[in-house]
Each structure stands twice: as structure tokens, then as C-alpha cells.
Design a protein around this ligand. Structure first.
Ligand code: ADP
Ligand code: MG
Length: 251
């Protein structure tokens, strides 16, 4: 049952479980996750490789379905959502960025960013002006006509961010967005995430790197399919090594 404070809760998960059945033994990737994310929150989910972070993020974005458990999005139960319904959510309310950018390689930067807006029903002129605004904000002015393959990794990830944000989603999900970037591009992407958050965007960031997690205002440590720690960082200075150290305990 939705609780009275659901207005404030963008995401609410109860008892999420997901087991992968590939070849070999089943893998219990997510073993019972309860989670609430408030509007405007910047949440990081951190933990070692194989902990189940990506699986959890996929569940939150409807890219995979839980075996059991329930997920509410903006107070609405998603249990009965069809694939098509989820696709609409991802076009309108949820933006996603991945480690390897997933840009359309034979489309220009401008088209990569505008396409989701056009598919979402935005008028071409407005799609274009949003694209221009976002690319300027993400320091990509002048790259519009380029193809993704001509850009650096950091630039491609910023294009992917612009694409994820073009429909002004309530929620941005980011899975290791700096995982394939050098340290300079990593800092740039993290700065941009912080700025996007300061404007009011809700962000769930998955990272194995506890230092990146310290940009968030709340950090969940994920280990072996479960949440083992959930801390608000409000009273700690950003980038404090104390945070990284405390997270290190779960490694
Ligand atoms: P993380 O993102 O924390 O590294 P993942 O969610 O990717 O963790 O993976 C958790 C576990 O589930 C790992 O053991 C991984 O090998 C396994 N896994 C992930 N996706 C699949 C899949 N599609 N099929 C089978 N096993 C999977
Ligand atoms: Mg992962």
C-alpha cells in the first residue's frame, strides 16, 4: 500500500529479489532490497564488483523485472507494467546512462540527443532548443555535427548525459558513468552530476569507487545482493576521506 508520504518518494522498493539463470548455477544477484529515494536526492550505491549493483539499477529502471518484490515509481505501483509501459517511463520519467555510453554510432551528436525528445513527442523546434541548451551546459557546443566515434570518452559520456536528460526526467540512473574514463574526464562527469543535482534532479549513481560515491548526499553500501549500510552524508564535508574509509569496511 502506498504510504501518505509518497508525494515525496520518487522511488520505493520493497523486498526486491532477482536471481539470474544463465549457464551453470543460478546467481542470487539481488536478495531482498527495501529502498526509498526521495525527490531531489542524490543517492550513490557502492560496493565491489559482482555485488549486484547493476542488477539493482536495472530493476529500478525496469530494464529487468524482479522475481519478487514491488517497486513504486512516483507513488505508482509498477507491478503490472508491460514492457511498452516501462519503455514509456524510460522515455519520459527516467533517464539512464551506462559505463559504455550506448550512443547510436551512425547518428550525429545532435541527433543522438534529439531523438529521444522527438520519440517522446516533443516538437522538433523545441527538441532542437533543448539539445542546444544541454550541449552548451555540458560543454559540448561545436560538437553537434560530430559522430560519437570522433569524440573522447569523456565527451561521449557527456553526450549520453544530455540524451538522458533531454526529456527532463524525474530520475537519472547512472551505472558506473565514469567506469571507462580517465581521471580528468571522471572529475568532469562527477562535477556535472553534482551540478545537475543542485538544480533539483534526483540521481541514483552506481559505482564501485567509494570516492565517487562521496559526491552524493546519501551512500548505500551494497554487498552480496543486500544493502549493508545506508548513510546520509549531510554533515560530512564532501570528498572527505572518512567516507571512503567507512565504505571500505564492506569490501
Ligand atoms: P555489479 O554491478 O555489482 O558488478 P551485477 O549486478 O552486474 O553486479 O552482477 C551480480 C552477479 O550477477 C554477478 O555474479 C554477475 O555475474 C551475475 N549476473 C549479472 N547479470 C547476469 C545475467 N544476465 N545472467 C547471469 N548472471 C548475471
Ligand atoms: Mg555493474
Amino acid at each position: 500500500m502506498p504510504s501518505p508520504d509518497d508525494e515525496e518518494l520518487l522511488l520505493r522498493a520493497e523486498g526486491l529479489v532477482k536471481t539470474h539463470h544463465g549457464q551453470g548455477v543460478p546467481v542470487h544477484a539481488v536478495r531482498g532490497v527495501d529502498l526509498c529515494v526521495a525527490r531531489g536526492e542524490f543517492l550513490a550505491i557502492t560496493g565491489p564488483s559482482g555485488a549486484g549493483k547493476s542488477t539493482l539499477l536495472h530493476l529500478l529502471g525496469g530494464l529487468q523485472r524482479p522475481d519478487t518484490g514491488t517497486l513504486w515509481l512516483g507513488g505508482e505501483c509498477t507491478d503490472g507494467y508491460s514492457e511498452a509501459r516501462w519503455a514509456v517511463q524510460r522515455r519520459t520519467r527516467i533517464g539512464i546512462v551506462f559505463q559504455f555510453f550506448n550512443l547510436v554510432s551512425d547518428m550525429s551528436v545532435a541527433d543522438n540527443v534529439e531523438l529521444p525528445a522527438l520519440l517522446g513527442g516533443t516538437a522538433p523546434r523545441q527538441a532542437r532548443s533543448r539539445r542546444e541548451e544541454l550541449l552548451a551546459e555540458l560543454h559540448l557546443t561545436g560538437k553537434e555535427r560530430g559522430m560519437p566515434g570522433e569524440l573522447s570518452g569523456g565527451e561521449q559520456q557527456r553526450v549520453a548525459l544530455a540524451r538522458a536528460l533531454v526529456n527532463q526526467p524525474d530520475l537519472l540512473l547512472a551505472d558506473e558513468p565514469a567506469g571507462s574514463l580517465d581521471s580528468r574526464a571522471t572529475r568532469e562527469v562527477m562535477r556535472l552530476l553534482s551540478r545537475i543535482h543542485e538544480r533539483g534532479q534526483t540521481i541514483v549513481l552506481v559505482t564501485h569507487d567509494a570516492r565517487l560515491a562521496s559526491s552524493a548526499d546519501r551512500v548505500i553500501s551494497f554487498f552480496d545482493g543486500r544493502i549493508v549500510d545506508d548513510s546520509r552524508l549531510d554533515d560530512m564535508p564532501k570528498g572527505s576521506t572518512g567516507i571512503a574509509n567507512s565504505l571500505g569496511h564492506h569490501k
